[in-house]
Design a protein around this ligand. Structure first.
Ligand code: ATP
Ligand code: MG
Length: 419
């Protein structure tokens, strides 16, 4: 083999690709029910955008961004996530001028130079939403419920939403001080990464997956809410009341933080036990300073993103249409391929999927191919029949074969393909 895909990337095709499309379609539909419309932003942005919004001292910006200079020396990056790009687009296209909360969903590839492993790729795909224009905890509630609704819509059971609050910007210093005080004596017991985080981005110590670090934090009873201001605590209580009022189940997690600097107040993660070590299928939260930091008028906003790879992995019960093709046309003689093209063109115009053998195979081998392609019907075209304007139609689910006129062929197929 001459060429191989880049490390940490995947080719997605066949049933997996169909599954993704199905998830995408269902999600788009559900987002529509919540008043969202689609936004597509470029895969490349000026590096500065991510440095400023995600934060200089985060893992993403420090280690994971695919950053390069283009031929004119511009400093560009492949997007590692979409929120920053969407707020840039929101400001650049004056989307704030439309009245009400601006609700946008997106779907696309993201890039992070992480160590590839199960559930962790360098090119991965996210479906996410952003709702911009309210500080109210009710919007957090709706957004969290949307995340849950999306999972249910593709048959995912057994996920749980974990919730925490990070307080507002002015709480950050206090939280850092609180953490330094409480964890300070235990630095020798933390992993080397955490000792480093302790100095540079202490909040991330809470996020460490290392069991020894988790034990230290657990024993210390760490809870950053102790350093969060009363307004933010109130916002968090309101959110929980709102979720309780909707009968929604969630779990508070005092250790939940996010790896991006722009988050404030509510943060949440959608956990699924079927995923193993990378157990988060999606994550999100509120980011009330980002719009202003990026040059706009202050606006409260909240969003989340799901990873499609992980979603697809746990969406085992996705109701699927197992048949891939409506009709396979079998030719008794390859000379009849012109007839087949005409017939296929006619049926495809009627929304019926059709394929033909273009390799001059024997009838038997064409029938085998039709089987492989899981065709619902096989349309057999022979010389004599073509002259008479008839052909044979085999119903692959019953095995029944009939000689029919073109019109009847169409009627029978149309009646049989409503999957
Ligand atoms: P993790 O804790 O798994 O590193 P994260 O906090 O970096 O996730 P976010 O930036 O919040 O993740 O992205 C939201 C979702 O996108 C994750 O829950 C996951 O499903 C998916 N995701 C993130 N990074 C990757 C990756 N490298 N490969 C595959 N999916 C990913
Ligand atoms: Mg990560």
């Amino acid at each position: 083999m001459k060429y191989r895909r880049v490390r940490g990337t995947e080719d997605i095709f066949g049933t997996e690709s169909e599954k993704w499309q199905q998830i995408d379609n269902i999600f788009k539909h559900i987002c529509g029910l919540y008043g969202y419309s689609q936004i597509q932003t470029p895969v490349i942005e000026h590096s500065e955008l991510f440095r400023r919004s995600i934060g200089e001292a985060t893992d993403i910006v420090e280690k994971e961004i695919f950053q390069f200079q283009d031929r004119s020396g511009r400093d560009l990056s492949l997007r590692p996530e979409a929120t920053a790009s969407i707020i840039r687009a929101y400001l650049e296209n004056s989307l704030y001028q439309s009245p009400g909360v601006v609700k946008l969903y997106y779907s696309g590839a993201m890039f992070r130079a992480e160590r590839p492993q199960k559930g962790r790729k360098r090119e991965f795909h996210q479906f996410g939403v952003e709702a911009i224009g309210s500080y109210g905890p009710e919007l957090d509630c709706e957004t969290i419920m949307l995340a849950n609704r999306l999972l249910r819509s593709i048959g995912i059971e057994g996920s749980i939403i974990e919730l925490n609050t990070l307080g507002c910007r002015k709480d950050k210093k206090k939280i850092a001080g609180y953490l330094k005080d409480i964890i300070g004596k235990n630095i020798p017991d933390l992993c080397p990464k955490c000792s480093d985080r302790f100095e540079r981005n202490i909040l991330r110590v809470l996020d460490c997956k290392n069991q020894a670090c988790r034990d230290v934090l657990g024993n210390l009873n760490v809870d950053i809410k102790k350093a969060v201001c009363p307004d933010c605590i109130n916002h968090f209580q309101e959110l929980k009341r709102c979720l309780d009022g909707m009968g929604f189940q969630y779990r508070e997690n005092n250790f939940l933080v996010r790896g991006l600097d722009y988050y404030s107040r509510t943060v949440f993660e959608v956990i699924h036990t079927g995923l193993g070590a990378q157990n988060a299928v999606g994550a999100g939260g509120r980011y009330d300073n980002l719009v202003e930091d990026m040059g706009g008028r202050p606006e409260g906003a909240v969003g989340f993103a799901f990873g499609l790879e992980r979603l697809s992995f746990i969406a085992a019960n996705l109701p699927s249409c197992s048949r891939m093709l409506d009709v396979f046309i079998v030719l008794q003689d390859y000379k009849l391929v012109g007839e087949a093209l005409k017939e296929a063109d006619f049926l495809r115009a009627e929304n019926i999927s059709v394929d033909i053998d273009f390799q001059g195979r024997s009838v038997k081998s064409q029938m085998r191919l039709a089987n492989d392609r899981r065709a619902r019907f096989v349309l057999i075209i022979g010389q004599e029949e073509a002259q008479k304007g008839v052909c044979s139609l085999k119903d692959m689910s019953t095995g029944e074969q009939k000689s029919l006129t073109r019109k009847d062929v169409f009627k029978t197929i149309k009646g049989g393909v409503n999957c």
